[in-house]
Design a protein around this ligand. Sequence first.
Ligand code: GRF
Length: 196
Amino acid sequence: MENKKRIAVLVSGGGTNLQAIIDAEKSGIITSGEVVLVISNNEDAYALERAKNAGIKAMAITKKDGDIESRVIQALHEENIDLVVLAGFLTVLSENFTKEFPKRILNIHPSLIPSFCGKGFYGLKVHEEALKKGVKVTGATVHFVNEIPDGGEIIFQKAVYVEDGDTPEVLQRRVMEQAEWIILPKAIEKVCSEMK
Ligand code: GRF
C-alpha cells in the first residue's frame, strides 16, 4: 500500500510489544503504517536490539542528552512521524508533549481501564494490585494519550482471566500473550487506516 503512515514506537525495556508490532507488519495485520523509528529512554533496553534486528532506525535519548521530551519531539518531527506508539515507555508525558500530537499517540496499559490505572500504575505494580484486590478478570487497554495519565479515549480492550495461584509475573505474561500483543497491532492498524 502506498502512503503508509510513519510510526514511531517509544520503549524503555524488553520490547515484546514492539516485537508484536514488527511481527504484525510482517504478517499483514498492519498494512496502513510502518514502524520507521524506535526511541528508548534507556540505552540498555533490549527493545533497541529488536529494532536493529528488524532494520528499523533505533536511538536512545536519555537524561544525559538533556530534556528527554523536547529531544524526542525533535526526533519525531525530523522523521515526519504520523503516529507515536508508547509500548512500555515508562515516562509520563507532559501536556507539552501530548498537545504536540493530538489523537496521534497510543498507549498500551496492562489492565481494563478505569481499573488499576493512573499515576504509579505501571509494570508489575498493576498486576500486584489486581491480585491484591482479588479480581477474577483483568486485561489490557489501548487508548489515545492525552495530558491525563491513562485518561485518553479507549480504542480497544481485551479481557483475560485471573487464575488460582497466579503470581504478578505469571499474570503479566498471560495479559501480554492473550491481550496486549493482539490489541496493540489491531489498534495501530485501525488508527492508521482512519487517519486523514
Ligand atoms: C507491558 O506490560 C505494557 O503494557 C506496559 O509495559 C510493559 C512493556 O513490556 N506498559 P514490553 O517492553 O513491551 O515487553
